[in-house]
Design a protein around this ligand. Structure first.
Ligand SMILES: [Zn+2]
Length: 441
């Protein structure tokens, strides 16, 4: 009987398992043992079947799978609000890259990753897909926070403190992999920045490395129309045709943004199994264009949702992003049934997990899966009364309504505060960085 002492019986008002899509369970308990969900049973049966389980009443809460933030650059939270309301290239080359050149070392990445982890975890995000310098440092923070991440090994032809040239970036990535200790909550991806900052030779090498390591290839693709013009001028081809010729347009590719798709490219992308990392807020803020979510969805493509970095969003808030994903899909397609709430919730959970190759373990509340769970308290005026809980989760809920978060059965947020990191020191360190960056300007 001793093993039963590790059992936790969660008793929410609503369970939203996400698989099957749209299902809502009432009077249902979710039983967690160790890292996994071991049973989903009527709440009334807990006393008899799991008499020694610790019970957690969540009488005004919805229990949902942990949200998966499918695209971001976590340390950029320290640059939040530093340069707003500018075109992408001016923003990137005149503000973001010079600031990174001046500051983005190990300590910056440690402080930024910790702040991002606190922001994401307390907002219900349990897993994120990142691309930034010093991913080895972010890995340390992820470990301490208890959350899950797929960390990109960045590659580009822009010299930074991390590496001088593309070969140097790849070398650094290989070194990180060699020195990293295996951790069940941390995965890696090769992360070439974008078609306009990576040469064919490096793409070819990364194609071979993704096969060798069985990784995903995490790339910004078709963020703006300019990128297409540039590719036609430099390579004589559209970026998608270039990736096809390089053998990279396949289901290993996880492509952030994907605006500007033609009808043929929508079909081609779905057919190829390329995963789309849709970033609705960042695309609007940088006026990049629209991702054809409704068309891609109907063509059968897998679409995940990401916040992008906090310098172009400016929040790492997956509840806000789900709402935008539904609203923009409708507004852009002029189709009111595009991206219904149930689909946006899937995009932010199971479809994100699928893009990262993690859907066997996470992304839904199912027996045998990892217990990555989020309790959302609906007992506030804005989410009262509840006619349809998934509608509220997508269109109304604020991230501040997240009360508890578990990752692999471990409590990572308890009563709205992170457990694994010292929230006060993380915040005060971020304030210090803000002051330092201000002085330099
Ligand atoms: Zn990005």
């Amino acid at each position: 009987m001793s093993a039963q002492r590790d059992q936790l019986a969660l008793l929410p008002k609503w369970v939203v398992p996400v698989v099957p899509e749209g299902e809502v369970l009432l009077d249902t308990a979710v039983i967690v043992q160790g890292e996994r969900i071991v049973d989903i049973i009527p709440a009334s049966e807990v006393v008899n079947r799991y008499p020694n389980a610790t019970t957690k009443p969540l009488s005004t809460h919805a229990l949902i799978p942990g949200l998966v933030n499918a695209h971001g650059h976590s340390p950029m939270v320290l640059m939040r609000g530093l340069a707003d309301d500018l075109p992408l290239m001016e923003w990137l080359t005149k503000h973001i890259w010079p600031t990174e050149q001046a500051f983005a070392g190990e300590d910056f990445v440690r402080a930024g990753s910790a702040l991002a982890a606190v922001e994401m975890l307390t907002g219900g995000t349990t897993c994120f897909n990142d691309n930034y310098f010093f991913p080895n440092i972010t890995a340390e923070v992820v470990k301490a926070s208890g959350m899950r991440a797929v960390l990109g090994l960045p590659v580009m032809n822009v010299p930074t403190i991390w590496a001088e040239d593309e070969a140097g970036y790849i070398e650094k990535g290989l070194q990180v992999l060699e020195e990293s200790e295996p951790n069940s909550r941390i995965g890696w991806a090769w992360a070439p920045h974008a078609p306009y900052t990576v040469t064919d030779a490096s793409f070819e090498r990364l194609g071979a490395l993704t096969e060798e390591f069985d990784f995903k290839l995490h790339l910004h693709l078709l963020e703006t129309a300019d990128e297409i013009e540039q590719s036609l001028a430099e390579h004589g081809k559209h970026p998608i045709d270039r990736l096809v010729d390089l053998g990279l347009y396949n289901d290993r590719l996880i492509a952030a943004h994907m605006t500007q798709l033609t009808d043929d490219q929508v079909a081609q992308t779905a057919e190829a199994g390329v995963h789309i990392l849709h970033c609705p807020a960042a695309n609007m803020k940088l006026a990049s264009g629209f991702c054809r979510v409704d068309d891609l969805d109907q063509a059968g493509a897998n679409i995940a949702i990401g916040t992008d970095g906090a310098a172009s969003n400016n929040r790492l808030d997956m509840f806000a992003e789900m709402r935008l994903a539904s609203l923009i899909a409708k507004g852009f397609s002029l189709n009111p049934v595009a991206a219904p709430a149930t689909r946006s919730l899937s995009m932010a959970t199971i479809q994100g997990a699928k893009a990262l190759g993690l859907d066997d373990g996470i992304g839904s509340i199912e027996v045998g899966k990892q217990a990555d769970l989020v309790a959302v308290d609906l007992d506030v005026p804005g989410t009262t009364p509840v006619h349809h809980v998934i509608s509220h989760l997508v269109y109304v809920v604020s991230r501040s309504q997240v009360s508890d978060v578990w990752v692999a059965g471990q409590a990572c947020v308890s009563d709205r505060r992170v457990v694994g990191l010292d929230q006060e020191s993380v915040v005060s360190e971020a304030i210090e960085w803000g002051l330092k960056m201000h002085k330099k300007q």
